[in-house]
Design a protein around this ligand. Structure first.
Ligand code: ADP
Ligand code: ADP
Length: 231
């Protein structure tokens, strides 16, 4: 589903070169549930931006669902993102002036789905995350966990091949975070490919596969010993 070969990303800051990703190769198969773990500054966001077609590498190749994207224009990247990828963020990124239903309909407005079909699919996605009875609430009228469920519904409505979640439980209490992880688990059990970025080894421990990144490189074997967790 995703294939990275010798991907390097260099940022230029003043006169300095920052090698945020250093010769990274990686394969993600359809149906996998993967966590990407690493300390702050290790390159997780850069990796997610490239995997999520938000950015292109300085060198190397990126293939997503059969499409080579390393040379895609920003416009082509936007179209690929909208069709193939669902995003979930730490701070939910719901629009405060829209209700839950309208927030969930947004990605379909960008992809030109007719109004009646938008409504039907948004309600089905809200149903899937247990939020159908909150469709008319504004985000500010919901708990954090409910806001994240709404954001997950929004990530699902275009039926993406893969979901990227960046610290999705980072702004939730432990119990609520666990219910959100459980939701990702059930979405994965239905066959969705999920990549979850976290700095928390306990969260990474719930996924069947882990990728550890340090100084822009993927470690040969993720090391969770410090957290006392099985590998
Ligand atoms: P993480 O998500 O693991 O915290 P990042 O991918 O954000 O790591 O950052 C990796 C490295 O690249 C860091 O040294 C960071 O300072 C640098 N970096 C990230 N984005 C930029 C940018 N736009 N310009 C310059 N340096 C950046
Ligand atoms: P939970 O314990 O379910 O995570 P809360 O205790 O924050 O959530 O909220 C309990 C219920 O009250 C939720 O169903 C939520 O929709 C509703 N609610 C929370 N805050 C508001 C608000 N500001 N306005 C209207 N309803 C709210």
């Amino acid at each position: 589903m995703v294939e990275l070969r010798n991907v390097t990303k260099i940022y230029h800051l003043g006169g300095e070169e920052i090698r945020a990703l250093d010769n990274v190769s990686l394969d993600i198969e359809e149906g996998e549930f993967i966590s990407v773990i690493g300390p702050s500054g290790s390159g997780k966001s850069t990796l997610m931006h490239i995997l999520g077609c938000l950015d292109t590498p300085t060198s190397g190749t990126v293939k997503l669902d059969g499409i080579m994207i390393q040379n895609a224009s920003p416009r082509q990247l936007a179209a690929i993102r909208n069709q193939k990828i669902g995003f979930v963020f730490q701070f939910f990124n719901l629009l405060p002036k829209l209700n839950v239903l309208q927030n969930v309909e947004l990605p379909m407005i960008y992809s030109g789905v007719p109004a009646r079909e938008r409504h039907r699919r948004a309600m089905a996605a809200l149903e899937a995350v247990g939020m159908a009875n909150r469709a008319k609430h504004r985000p500010s009228q919901l708990s954090g966990g409910q806001q994240q469920r709404a954001a997950i519904a929004r990530a699902l409505v275009n039926n993406p091949r893969i979901i990227f979640a960046d610290e999705p439980t980072g702004n939730l209490d432990t119990h609520t975070g666990e219910t959100i992880l459980q939701l990702f688990r059930s979405l994965n059990a239905e066959g969705r490919t999920i990549v979850l970025v976290t700095h928390d080894p306990e969260i990474a421990a719930v996924t069947p596969r882990r990728i550890e990144i340090r100084d822009g490189k993927i470690m040969p074997k993720p090391d969770l010993r410090l957290a006392g967790l099985r590998n």
